[in-house]
Design a protein around this ligand. Structure first.
Ligand code: SF4
Length: 364
């Protein structure tokens, strides 16, 4: 059924009377994976360029936060650092005794543990009452919502959070504010919209006059969104379309939003390789100061800021994240940078465009 739907959408797109190239950006690792795995790029007319944008929270997690997590693990006695799995392999430039990732810190003796959910962090803290457990949270709204739920329920005294939460829409707003945006239309992320509501993306239409459509994660849903933004352009009738209506409801998930608002606060935040984007970060509210690892370990925060760099030498992840180049345009892609030996974060994370393209067999 879905396959038939995908074919029908493809036929409709191919029948559109396009006369000039259209660049369509997605800002979600799940979207990019589905597009790449299904081979949508080669199935679509040449004039349609699908561009992966800032859709990977691990890729944009600032080096200073990773450095701080490493330093806590290495230097704080009786500490356990827990983080979502793909964060462990992300390399940083700065080093301490050649330790350049959480994985290497673990090899050097630090107690670093991968986890798959916030509840695992709580479980570890409860089972290790004599230790300080630091949960390094790098993620977008969809990750921060369950973390907010965990905080609202109450967490053990010995569980601290090193928050590196990010909001997706300010990054898109920044890209649209450039004199020459790297795209002409947006496929908005389904999962983020499920939490925050479709209204979050209305600014793309109202402020910038760009076509936008929210998509789910199957090829047919993505093709429906691609068709929608192309049709909008051709008709000159721009609006925010919701092509994932079965899941994305007006105003999103009120409970999740309330939890985020009651436990986290919006701050100016650095994005790796990009710089500070105003009001784009999620940090713990002052009520949770006793659980804030930045406040508990200010020395490491200070050193981290002093030592913060950008991307590893030669790595073009920043331009990949901004949609200015494709993964294959990086001269390290598949040469010195592969999933087995990643140079930049975009090749480490499952949501990174370089890793997705490589795993999908895209070589040139
Ligand atoms: Fe960075 Fe590697 Fe991607 Fe190049 S191929 S942009 S080095 S992750």
């Amino acid at each position: 059924m879905a396959l038939d739907d995908a074919r029908q959408w493809l036929d409709k797109i191919r029948a559109l009377p396009l006369t000039s190239p259209v660049r369509i950006m997605n800002v979600c690792g799940g979207h990019e994976r589905s597009i790449s795995m299904a081979g949508l790029r080669s199935a679509l007319p040449d004039m349609i360029d699908l561009i992966p944008g800032p859709g990977c929270p691990v890729c944009v997690c600032p080096e200073e936060d990773i450095y701080q997590a490493i330093q806590i693990g290495l230097n704080e006695p009786d500490s356990i650092v827990v983080a979502f799995g793909d964060m462990l392999r992300v390399p940083v430039n700065v080093s301490s005794k050649s330790v350049r990732s959480l994985e290497q810190a673990k090899a050097a003796g630090a107690d670093i543990r991968p986890i798959a959910s916030p509840s695992e962090a709580v479980r570890i803290a409860k089972s290790e009452p004599g230790k300080t457990v630091v949960f390094f949270v790098a993620g977008f709204e969809t990750t921060c919502a369950p973390v907010a739920g965990m905080l609202a329920e109450g967490i053990p005294d010995n569980l601290l959070l090193l928050m590196s939460g990010r909001l997706t829409w300010p990054a898109v707003a920044m890209l649209l504010d450039y004199e020459t945006p790297s795209f002409d239309a947006l496929i908005a992320p389904g999962h983020v919209s499920t939490v925050m509501g479709p209204e979050e993306w209305q600014f793309v239409v109202d402020r910038h006059g760009f076509p936008a459509a929210i998509a789910g994660f199957t090829p047919d849903s993505l093709l429906a969104a691609i068709y929608s933004v192309l049709r909008q352009k051709l008709d000159g009738r721009i609006f925010l379309d919701n092509c994932y209506q079965q899941v994305v409801k007006p105003h999103g998930n009120p409970t999740a939003r309330r939890l985020i608002e009651s436990t986290l606060t919006i701050v100016d935040a650095p994005w790796r390789g990009i710089g500070i984007i105003p009001a784009s970060g999620l940090e713990l509210r002052a009520d949770y100061a006793q659980h804030n690892a930045r406040l508990r370990f200010p020395v490491h925060a200070e050193n981290a800021r002093k030592n913060a760099g950008a991307m590893p030498p030669g790595c073009d992840c920043a331009r990949v994240v901004l949609g200015r180049i494709k993964p294959v345009d990086c001269k390290l892609y598949g040469v010195s940078c592969t999933p087995r030996s990643p140079v930049g974060p975009c090749m480490v994370s499952d949501e990174g465009a370089c890793r997705i393209w490589w795993s999908s067999g895209i070589r040139t």
